[in-house]
Unconditional design. Structure first.
Ligand SMILES: NC(=O)c1ccc[n+]([C@@H]2O[C@H](COP(=O)([O-])OP(=O)(O)OC[C@H]3O[C@@H](n4cnc5c(N)ncnc54)[C@H](OP(=O)(O)O)[C@@H]3O)[C@@H](O)[C@H]2O)c1
Length: 231
């Protein structure tokens, strides 16, 4: 892994991923909306920025060229297929064999075997309908984006984040294949560690074509039940 592209680098998750990628000595290319470029001033010339919307196919094609890995923040904003457009552009234009790592939340299920608590089901049902009605966000579009990724024969990983909080790193999160696994019960991860897991996934071949649901390694459930992606 020498060079990575971060699609959606200006958000909180994107900036943490940039920090972790630079700390590993990777060259970093990033895509973010033009109005968000200034959020990245502190990185100076340590990163190469390509301003543009993350579903702009020509922007993504340009950004991922020559990159060994692509880290994509999948967001469901708007109702015009932002997440699907972003994912499809990455799938279409990333270098053959590149490691592709995408972010989403626990609400995405690869095989329907996740077991969700009432809070998450309620959130998805209520937020999903209200956001779609107000044309603010489209959770179904993020679901569709992930279905396309799952169906792809690229070297993908879809990292499914728990609830997130700010704070110092607690270390690499642990993961499970399915929500409902007791190791995930605490449902909390530091955002910097979600980013750490995304960057870690670039070089962990055991995560290829996996959709790990992650939780802090310091959380009560992780301490009680261990972890490691076997369930
Ligand atoms: N928040 C949570 O609790 C949570 C939990 C689990 C998983 N996740 C996953 O984590 C990822 C990002 O989460 P985050 O909360 O940490 O957010 P974030 O890092 O702040 O990322 C938000 C991203 O959305 C972009 N964005 C915001 N408004 C937009 C708009 N109107 N049109 C297009 N792009 C827009 C931002 O770009 P700009 O900088 O240009 O605004 C930024 O790249 C997502 O994949 C999400 O599913 C989040």
């Amino acid at each position: 892994m020498k060079s990575v592209c971060i699609i959606g680098i200006s958000g909180k998750l994107g900036q943490y991923m940039a920090e972790h990628a630079l700390a590993r000595g990777y060259e970093v290319v990033g895509v973010c909306r033009a109005e968000s470029v200034s959020k990245l001033d502190r990185f100076g010339d340590r990163i190469t920025l390509i301003p543009g919307r993350t579903n702009d196919r020509s922007v993504v094609e340009n950004a991922v060229a020559g990159c060994d890995g692509v880290l994509t923040v999948l967001v469901p904003w708007g109702v015009e297929g932002y997440a699907t457009g972003t994912a499809q552009a990455v799938l279409d234009f990333a270098e053959p064999g590149a490691r592709l790592v995408f972010s989403c939340g626990w609400h995405i299920s690869r095989d329907g075997r996740d077991v969700y608590g009432w809070k998450l089901r309620l959130f998805v049902a209520v937020f999903g309908r209200v956001a779609r009605f107000l044309r603010f966000a489209d959770l179904e579009d993020q679901v569709e984006a992930c279905q396309r990724i799952f169906a792809s024969d690229t070297a993908w990983t879809v990292v499914r984040g728990s609830d997130l909080e700010e704070g110092e790193s607690e270390g690499l999160p642990v993961w499970a294949r399915h929500v409902g696994d007791p190791v995930l019960e605490s449902n909390i991860t530091r955002r910097t560690d979600f980013a750490l897991f995304m960057v870690h996934a670039l070089t962990d071949d055991s995560l290829i074509r996996e959709a790990p649901a992650v939780v802090s390694c310091q959380s009560a459930s992780a301490r009680a039940h261990g972890g490691g992606g076997e369930s």
